[in-house]
Design a protein around this ligand. Structure first.
Ligand SMILES: N[C@@H](CCC(=O)N[C@@H](CS)C(=O)NCC(=O)O)C(=O)O
Length: 291
């Protein structure tokens, strides 16, 4: 194993300097707002404040799936939160999510607005509100929620663990990369074995478990995350690949992945979504052409 510089933790940790790495400028050890800033509010019942990271995509895919089913009450405004610039620490955002992370949702359809934060809670809230993508029969509901919570507990090893140390940390630490590569490959194997026996994650029906897991583990096997596809031999997880390809044929998945995206092909980026027609007129290729 390669050596890394010696470090002996002090008795009490102190915040002295930026830690280095890609997200050093927004990382801090305290919560709460850093500045006053109201959030914009559009005309639809649902107001989403987000970015097309895997956690953000879960919610936009879910909303597009609900709209595809004909639920007009799922109409939404998706406002862009560029987390690298710190808007998640504005007072308006913190009022919607005290944890200062995207995605954050305000449901303004009733007399009193309802805030929902944490992508798993948002998916569950929407599934219950519209009675869709969450089975009601106890055994399949339990299976769906088990996989949803599996995702919420597992993805931090993929993003905060492997992604951070493989792609973002200012130095490559073999111990950390080994630890998280091992765990992420184990997680992929968990999914591969489940998907060998079932069409979708929780059984024969497409549910919020698929919607939650796809942007992370589907994205990983498609080579979209951290440039780590070859490193993790993702082609070996044949059933995860089969499932990811199947989901990628769904129009709502294609649309949901574009919302609040600020990277990649211009045609794949819809910075903000306020109308269904925005997909036809406001992706970056069209905005640039229109000058
Ligand atoms: N467990 C949360 C995680 C949300 C999360 O980590 N969001 C990241 C982007 S994927 C974020 O907003 N980071 C901004 C920051 O840490 O300041 C969820 O699933 O909603």
């Amino acid at each position: 194993m390669t050596d890394t510089p010696d470090y002996t933790p002090p008795k009490v940790w102190e915040w002295k300097k930026p830690s280095g790495g890609q997200f050093a400028s927004i990382n801090r050890p305290i919560a709460g707002a850093t500045h006053e800033k109201e959030l914009p509010v559009g005309r639809h019942p649902l107001q989403l404040y987000s970015l097309a990271t895997p956690n953000g995509q879960k919610v936009t895919i879910m909303l597009e799936e609900l709209l595809a089913l004909g639920h007009k009450g799922a109409e939404y405004d998706a406002w862009l939160i560029k987390i690298g610039e710190g808007p998640q620490f504005g007072s308006g955002f913190v009022a919607v999510n005290p944890n200062s992370k995207i995605p954050a949702l305000m449901d303004r359809s009733g007399a009193t607005p309802i805030r929902v934060f944490e992508s798993g809670a948002i998916l569950t809230y929407l599934a219950e509100k519209f009675d869709a993508f969450l089975p009601t029969e106890p055994a399949t509901r339990a299976e769906c929620l088990s996989w949803l919570f599996w995702q919420m507990g597992s993805a931090p090893y993929l993003g905060g663990g492997l992604g951070h140390f493989y792609a973002y940390a200012p130095m490559k630490i073999e111990y950390a990369i080994d630890r998280f590569a091992m765990e992420v490959k184990r997680q992929l194997d968990v999914l591969d074995r489940q998907l060998a026996e079932h069409e979708f994650i929780a059984g024969p029906a497409y549910t919020i478990a698929d919607i939650a897991i796809f942007p992370w583990y589907g994205g990983l096997v498609k080579g979209w995350l951290y440039g780590a596809g070859e490193f993790l031999s993702v082609q070996d997880y044949k059933h995860v690949n089969r499932w990811a390809d199947q989901l990628l044929k769904r129009p709502a998945v294609i649309r949901g992945r574009k919302v609040n995206r600020v990277q990649g092909e211009p045609s794949s980026q819809l910075h903000e979504r306020h109308e269904a027609s925005d997909f036809d007129t406001k992706t970056q290729d069209k905005v640039v052409k229109a000058g």
